[in-house]
Write a protein that binds this ligand. Structure first.
Ligand code: FBP
Length: 548
């Protein structure tokens, strides 16, 4: 396989790890835990794994003679930079437990466990993937593990390979699955531990203990590089408004982080739209007002960041989607029998008055996108909805109205971009390379300590890596009850942007200035070699959250 010069040099990078992981560790138990909400219901559903204590790993002088362990690993959901390093850390960790330990990767996500497709990950395979982006070492998938039949089918192959622990690397939905699986295997005394790892570029799997999901750092740096490039093009040519949609299925962490890095003229934050009960027209009016004010100053150009999940946060559209979800969950087969050309009229006839009118008012394309298949976890596939085009069309219409009323004099020409897939498989930044390797290594420590139903955690990551704190958090601690596919289910609570949090407040304090002045910042490409302030800087979000 031909490799680029950077790939060759980067392969030799030795990830930095918390000091405690540089030798033998002991697991120190902290406080017993509770779920974030719905405690009685979660306790009832997870009698064997509820309430376990938080674990911290500390250096130990006691040399343990542990037997070899067989471990399985699954990459689940969307790709995120650093996944290969989680696997490398896990591999090195179990080899440190015992050189005869073995690691098996299940192919193409949870599906591999169900159809018994796996490959043993040996040292030469692992070495070829160290510090690389992507999930291609074993592939990923979105199959939801939720039924007893699936769990039993998985157990057959785990037993056949004599696997004692399974590591699931995934986002909130996949770690919810990991938790359910851990509970089930414990309840039937299957002898298989289940450990989760926090992955998602979206940054919405975080809480007091899990300070970041891996991949967020690199993905935001990649997007910020290109946003900066667009901003420079924009202020050089001075003729376009760039509408840039950024991935992040639900929360707006990516858009917010990119705004903090690049200082665009406008960045919409979905959580603020929801809190302010804004309509699409309110959002459009706000954008058009900035366009008009900049035009008065002779600036017919600008950049706007739009979070991918926005549409679901506009309260009226959220209500519409909730009704659509319930309706389609119950009448999926009937709906699929309807001719494509008649589906819109069919839906309009089935919804309540308010939702039906809103649905009818949406442009054809967006309305159709809202009824497309949900992902296996019941989510609308927002990356398929062209919100950036919807908004720019509506802004253009509004500006034409204002022009007729002599409220606006200027030229409005829009270009559209969607940055998502471009960042998900980038070579991990130093932060993600170090963080992911440490998460994987920590997972091996949780396995060696006999834990199940835990998520690997590495904290204090704005300090230098030797001061990072490795440990484990019971996944039940993150659960609450939510409606999915029309039914109440235990799921990990998504971490949305907090409007009273430091990152949003820092943005809100400066956005009016950024709207009218052209204060763009150009972060440039991720640097892998060079001074630490250039190569190792964590996200602005994390720095602001931790007040550093
Ligand atoms: P995960 O939550 O699984 O990490 O995926 C996040 C994400 O990248 C979202 O930002 C995006 O909406 C979605 O995946 C796209 O999904 P797909 O890869 O299936 O097109």
């Amino acid at each position: 396989m031909t490799k680029s010069a950077l790939q060759i040099a980067r392969a030799a990078y030795q990830p930095k790890v918390p000091a405690a992981l540089n030798g033998v560790v002991k697991a120190v138990e902290g406080e017993y835990t509770q779920s974030v909400a719905d405690q009685d219901e979660i306790k009832r559903l997870f009698p064997n794994t509820y309430g376990m204590p938080i674990i911290t790993f500390e250096k130990s002088n006691e040399k343990k003679n542990l037997p070899a362990v067989h471990v399985g690993v699954i990459l689940s959901g969307g790709q995120a930079p650093g996944g290969h390093n989680v696997i490398a850390g896990l591999f090195d960790g179990i080899k440190a437990i015992h050189p005869d330990s073995r690691l098996y990767g299940f192919i193409l996500g949870p599906e591999g466990l169900l159809n018994h497709k796996y490959k043993e990950l040996t040292a030469d395979i692992i070495d070829a993937y160290r510090n690389t982006g992507g999930f291609d070492i074993i592939g990923s998938g979105r199959t939801k593990l939720e039924t007893k039949e699936q769990f039993d089918k998985g157990l057959e192959i785990l037993k056949k390979l004599d696997i004692q622990a399974l590591v699931i690397i995934g986002g909130d939905d996949s770690n919810t699955n990991a938790c359910v699986l851990a509970e089930y295997y414990k309840s039937i005394r299957a002898g298989v531990q289940v450990i989760g790892c926090p992955k998602t570029i979206d940054g919405d799997l975080k809480n007091e203990q899990i300070e970041a999901s891996f991949g967020f750092d690199t993905a935001c740096k990649v997007y910020s590089e290109v946003i900066g490039n667009i901003e420079r093009d924009c202020s050089s040519a001075q003729k376009y408004w760039h509408f840039i949609k950024l991935m992040g299925r639900s929360a707006s962490h990516i858009a917010l982080e990119c705004a903090l890095q690049t200082q665009p003229n406008i960045c919409i934050i979905s959580e603020e739209v929801e809190a302010g009960n804004l309509s699409l027209d309110d959002i459009v009016t706000r954008i058009a007002s900035v366009v008009a004010k900049r035009a008065e100053m002779g600036n017919n150009f600008g950049t706007i960041l739009i979070p991918e999940g926005l549409i679901e946060f506009v309260p009226a559209i959220k209500r519409l989607i909730a009704e659509l979800n319930d309706y389609l969950a119950k009448h999926d087969t009937e709906f699929k029998m309807i001719k494509k050309s008649e589906q819109r009229t069919y839906i309009i006839s089935k919804l309540t008055k308010e939702n039906s009118e809103l649905y009818a008012s949406l442009p054809e394309g967006v309305a159709r996108q809202l009824t497309l298949d949900r992902d296996p976890h019941g989510n609308v596939q927002v990356s398929l909805i062209e919100t950036e085009k919807l908004l720019s069309e509506m802004v253009s219409r509004k500006l034409s109205e204002w022009k007729r009323e002599n409220k606006y004099v200027g030229k409005f020409s829009a270009l559209h971009h969607f940055f998502g897939y471009e960042g998900r498989c980038a070579a991990p930044s130093n932060y993600d390379a170090d963080y992911c390797y440490s998460l994987g290594y920590t997972a091996s420590c949780l396995i060696a300590s006999g834990k199940t139903g835990y998520m690997s955690s590495v904290r204090n990551t704005t300090a230098s890596a030797d001061k990072w704190v490795a440990g484990g958090i019971p996944v039940t601690m993150m659960l609450n009850m939510e409606k999915r596919h029309g039914e109440m289910k235990p799921v990990i609570q998504k971490a949305l942007v907090k409007l009273d949090g430091a990152p949003f407040r820092a943005f809100a304090a400066r956005r009016d200035d950024w709207a009218l002045t052209t204060s763009y910042v150009y972060p440039g490409p991720i640097q892998y070699f060079g001074p630490t302030e250039v190569c190792d800087e964590p996200t602005k979000t994390l720095q602001l959250e931790q007040n550093v």
